[in-house]
Ligand binder design. Structure first.
Ligand code: DGL
Length: 234
């Protein structure tokens, strides 16, 4: 039986991570689980999210996944600790808002865009406290944005985005942290509203971490051509 890197998200968001993992590890088989049934994660309770993500992890383990990538900031910031406790034998890699990356670069005014649940997550607030220093970090909760990206109605998406970003158009913002994997797909749209900002996401860090974990656990597929399988919950 083939072994897989299991990657999941509530929808297409995690595909940006899948792409980077595939580039870096072309020999690996990947199973991408798109939990469309439970989209959006960003407005669910912690209890619901832990239940949902635990079921996905169990499902992926049954399908021979050797490592599980939580390709979702919401699920990572809210559930990663609980999942590690529940499945101590499993190797997890998650994605958190790239606050560290943004503050390490010389940006003074940083806007974090994320789902409501990520914005209020304890882990997110810790990340900000750990890295903030003297920088200004503004938090922008974006209800409905991941769903609008999934829906693909451009007009609706732009109306929502303009509305969400209206208070920041005339503010000095140097960098925007894309704190939801779905937002990687609307970089041009964000730039059309907030001109001259740098957009920062954590996808490259995640793929490097997947490689590192597989190396450390001696689980890398050294040869062969990897395949990608997609599973959806409907
Ligand atoms: N793509 C996810 C994230 O990174 C979640 C979007 C959602 O389902 O609300 O937060």
């Amino acid at each position: 039986m083939k072994d897989y890197i299991g990657i999941f998200d509530s929808g297409i968001g995690g595909l940006s991570i899948l792409e980077k993992v595939r580039e870096l590890l072309p020999n690996e088989n990947i199973l991408y689980y798109k939990d469309y049934k439970n989209l959006p994660y960003g407005n669910k309770s912690t209890k619901e999210l832990i239940e949902i993500t635990s079921n996905i992890v169990s499902n992926l383990l049954k399908r021979n996944c050797k490592i599980i990538v939580i390709a979702c900031n919401t699920a990572t910031t809210v559930c990663l600790e609980a999942l590690k406790e529940k499945y101590p034998e499993v190797i997890f890699v998650g994605v958190v808002p790239a606050i560290k990356l943004a503050t390490n670069d010389n940006y003074q005014n940083i806007l974090l865009m994320a789902t409501p649940k990520t914005i209020e997550a304890k882990r997110t607030l810790e990340l900000i406290e750990e890295n903030k220093g003297k920088k200004n970090i503004y938090l922008l909760s974006c209800p409905g944005l991941a769903e609008a990206i999934e829906e693909g109605n451009r007009e609706k998406l732009l109306t929502l985005l303009n509305n969400l970003l209206k208070d920041y158009k005339n503010k000095k913002i140097d960098a925007v942290v894309l704190g939801c994997t779905h937002y990687s797909f609307i970089k041009d749209e964000i730039k059309s509203i907030l001109k001259d900002v740098q957009l920062i996401d954590g996808t490259i860090g995640v793929s490097n971490n997947v490689k590192k974990q597989l190396e450390e656990h001696n689980l890398l597929n050294k040869d062969g051509k990897g395949e990608v399988l997609f599973l959806n919950s409907f």
